[in-house]
Design a protein around this ligand. Structure first.
Ligand SMILES: [Zn+2]
Length: 96
């Protein structure tokens, strides 16, 4: 890492002068902030996606268990289907 004689170069890139009272330059600070913002956005989106997938599963199970008229002799079969759905892994989050 390059350092000028006064030690005022950015400690990240080592090329540009540090921003006032910070060890990185403005460009490195902006780059880090952008990365933080997009990571945070992805995390929020993933949390929303997972909540939606879990709500879907819960609603599917509730509707299967609640529909006694769905199949006259199908309570065991419906229970098996509900268990199957409950054990299904959530779909993988795919960032767009
Ligand atoms: Zn820098």
């Amino acid at each position: 890492m390059a350092k000028d004689s006064n030690g005022t170069l950015c400690s990240k890139c080592g090329e540009r002068p540090r921003a006032e009272s910070h060890k990185w330059c403005k460009e490195c600070k902006a780059e880090a902030q952008q990365g933080y913002d997009s990571d945070r956005e992805r995390m929020i989106e993933a949390r929303g996606f997972n909540a939606g997938a879990m709500a879907f599963k819960a609603s599917l199970i509730a509707s299967m268990l609640g529909s006694k008229g769905f199949h006259p002799s199908g309570m065991v079969m419906l229970g098996e289907i509900a268990n199957f759905v409950d054990r299904m892994p959530l779909p993988k989050y795919q960032p767009t």
